[in-house]
Ligand binder design. Structure first.
Ligand SMILES: CC(C)(COP(=O)(O)OP(=O)(O)OC[C@H]1O[C@@H](n2cnc3c(N)ncnc32)[C@H](O)[C@@H]1OP(=O)(O)O)[C@@H](O)C(=O)NCCC(=O)NCCS
Length: 155
């Protein structure tokens, strides 16, 4: 007899931190080694924001009670402008699904969850940086390429 897997989307809790950091590590290949300082900072940061849905949203997909995919939404406050009238931008990041659970719609469901959250906190828009793998998912959810290239300065 085969038993059906059950999956559900829920908000992450502080005690999910190890599962989330393991998933986030998949995004960075060699730079994500176990001792890297970002892991400790990520742990502290998650603990400080996970309970405040006004500033962040951490949906996860569970299959048979194990976390297999996650996404993160964070609110950034900036100067109101014609493209962002209230200056409230939600950033969608860290969308990742365990390799053996891909192509089952989990990332798509998580993207929609973060977009719904962004609407619920009166964000004007949702921004993201897409990997080539993620681009089609975002395009199907209505995201468009922007003309402004991202720039950075490492400190
Ligand atoms: C990109 C990534 C998050 C996608 O996760 P996922 O859970 O497989 O995403 P989905 O299942 O929602 O969609 C993936 C594909 O499966 C398809 N799919 C969804 N449900 C399906 C189903 N039941 N049967 C068959 N295919 C299905 C989707 O149409 C989509 O097709 P496409 O690649 O042609 O666009 C995942 O590959 C990943 O973690 N990659 C490494 C990290 C990364 O690049 N993250 C993105 C950061 S921007």
């Amino acid at each position: 007899m085969t038993t059906e897997s059950t999956s559900r989307t829920r908000d992450a809790r502080a005690e999910d931190v190890d599962d989330l950091i393991a998933l986030w590590g998949l995004l960075f290949d060699g730079a994500a080694h176990e001792a890297a300082p970002w892991r400790g900072h990520a742990r502290d940061w998650l603990g400080s924001v996970v309970v405040n849905r006004q500033v962040a949203c951490f949906p996860v997909v569970e299959v048979d009670a194990a976390i297999v995919a996650c996404a993160v939404g964070t609110l950034e406050l900036g100067v109101p402008n014609p493209h962002c009238p209230r200056g409230r931008t939600a950033r969608l990041a860290n969308v990742v699904t365990l390799p053996e659970h891909r192509k089952q719609g989990h990332a798509t469901a998580l993207v929609e969850h973060v977009v719904d959250w962004a609407r619920s906190i009166q964000a004007d828009r949702v921004d993201l940086s897409a990997t080539p793998e993620g681009r089609r998912i975002y395009a199907r959810s209505g995201f468009e390429l922007t003309s402004a290239p991202r720039m950075k300065l490492m400190l």
